[in-house]
Design a protein around this ligand. Structure first.
Ligand SMILES: Cc1cc2nc3c(=O)[nH]c(=O)nc-3n(C[C@H](O)[C@H](O)[C@H](O)COP(=O)(O)OP(=O)(O)OC[C@H]3O[C@@H](n4cnc5c(N)ncnc54)[C@H](O)[C@@H]3O)c2cc1C
Length: 447
């Protein structure tokens, strides 16, 4: 059997590795000049890397841990000792822990409401959740207007949603918000560092996972091959790239984000869309400020901060282990990411430096500032993941992983487990390979 996998992110590479192991002649077509997709490393000092894309993982990310172990990669704990900085009302505040200096009862009520919503979702099929139509009809912003009375809850809610799922509350349905939180292990797990989804990072950078998989797959991976069209005719499929190349195969895996899967030309046309006009780009810009050493630790600070004004709505210590550099990573998320992404590079850097000088006044000037604008990345179209707007879960949900003839689907957005995360991508890759291998075996074919 011959297969083409479109997309060399974690989902596509996992699928390609499984298919290759089973004896399928596999080619991976990747649009960029690198593998890894939404994982991407930047070298912040010789041999020391920081994650410009995905970074964190936790114990429940079992398939990711298993994959890493097989590739000889290990996890390293996230650093979180010291006090946090907050700029939520007038002026700044320094305090122990990550709980913001806002009304604790109001925030507790917000989390209770979110917990109740999350508990309602049918995790295997969110579109079959009781009240799914009602939950999918309103945006998280409309929900907040009705349900959040206290000004502190109203202030904190968009910051929380931005940090958790890189979402602007105005762009996602309540069903999407609840599904994302549920599929990631619930509010507490997703939000936590120790014991939670941010407990660890990949030693050497998350991009290493894709690079190691790519080493194993070797010449099966073709870079700079954006796919434009997929034609199905009888028992064969042909895949057409931008540069005019055609690949004739038995089966295709599309492992790209929904907005990009939707922009491929299908003949015959898709029976159900992969994205709609309501589907949005995940809104995050990740900023890395590089220092000779993590100076904030000497000042008793963790590097963690939360601000209401932006551009950096939160910062975290992402310094590589071994003391070779200090890295303060800032997240510009939610509606602020759209504004920030539209600025010219010099203005972005000036805004970031000004804000950091107020949040961490005793830090020297960074030696480098890296800005990764995922909102406008043509081959990601947003991150951490696609944002499903009103109506999307009901319309797209039932078809996300349903094969269309010989075309199969993978990618973190096709996984109801850990949707939007690296773990979801890896699980989707294994799922699609099993689906292909079992489907074609029962049809009497051999891989
Ligand atoms: C800033 C940021 C922070 C994140 N933080 C975390 C985190 O801490 N923990 C976590 O678990 N996850 C995090 N994520 C999400 C995580 O990166 C993704 O869930 C995961 O990497 C998605 O993998 P994928 O294979 O499904 O898709 P992708 O990584 O997007 O891979 C798709 C691939 O397809 C290629 N492609 C697209 N269109 C075409 C085409 N037409 N033809 C050929 N190739 C094409 C792309 O170039 C890409 O390489 C983060 C993401 C970002 C960007």
């Amino acid at each position: 059997m011959r297969a083409v996998v479109i997309g060399a992110g974690l989902a596509g590479l996992t699928a390609a590795a499984d298919l290759t192991t089973a004896g399928v002649q596999t080619t991976v077509l990747e649009a960029r000049d690198r593998v890894g997709g939404r994982t991407h490393g930047i070298e912040v000092a010789p041999g020391a890397w920081a994650d410009a894309g995905a970074a964190y993982l936790g114990d429940r990310h079992t398939q990711l841990h298993k994959l890493m172990a097989g590739l000889g990669l290990t996890a390293t704990p996230t650093t979180m000792g010291g006090r946090s900085r907050f700029a939520l009302r007038d002026g700044e505040d320094t305090r122990a822990g990550r709980f913001p200096p806002l009304n604790a009862v109001a925030l507790g009520e917000l989390f209770d409401l979110l917990h109740d919503l999350t508990a309602k979702v049918r995790s295997d099929a969110p579109w079959r959740t009781p009240d799914a139509a009602a939950l999918d009809a309103v945006t998280a912003e409309q929900w907040a207007e009705v349900n959040l009375r206290h000004p502190d809850a109203r202030l904190f809610f968009p910051l929380f949603l931005g940090e958790m799922m890189a979402a602007d509350p105005a762009r996602v349905s309540v069903l999407h918000m609840a599904t994302y939180l549920r599929s990631g292990g619930g509010l507490r797990y997703l939000n936590a560092f120790e014991g939670g989804a941010q407990q660890d990072r990949v030693l050497g950078g998350a991009h290493r996972i894709a690079e190691r998989l790519a080493e194993q797959l070797g010449a099966r991976i073709r870079l700079n091959r954006p796919v434009r069209a997929i034609h199905q005719d009888g028992g064969r499929v042909s895949v057409h790239t931008d540069s005019g190349r055609t690949y004739q195969v038995d089966v295709v895996v599309v492992a790209v984000p929904p907005l990009l899967a939707q922009s491929i030309d299908y003949h015959p046309g898709l029976p159900a869309p992969r994205a709609t006009a309501a589907t949005g780009r995940g809104c995050a810009v990740k900023v890395q400020l590089v220092y000779r050493t993590p100076y904030w630790r000497e000042q008793g600070l963790s590097g963690w901060s939360v601000s209401a004004t932006g551009p950096l709505l939160s910062t975290v210590d992402d310094s590589p282990p071994g003391g070779r550099a200090g890295v303060l990573t800032g997240f510009v998320t939610g509606a602020e990411a759209y504004r920030f992404a539209a600025l010219d590079p010099a203005t972005r850097e000036a805004e970031v430096l000004h804000q950091v000088s107020e949040l961490f006044p005793r830090l020297p000037r960074p030696t480098a500032v890296h800005v990764n604008d995922w909102v406008n990345e043509p081959y990601s179209k947003g991150c951490y993941a696609a944002l499903f707007g009103p109506g999307d879960w009901l319309r797209l949900g039932p078809h996300l992983s349903t094969p269309y003839g010989r075309v199969h689907w993978a990618g973190t957005e096709t996984s109801t487990e850990f949707f939007g995360l690296m773990e979801g991508a890896v699980r989707s890759g294994h799922r699609v390979a099993t689906e292909i291998l079992s489907g074609y075996e029962t049809a009497g074919g051999t891989p």
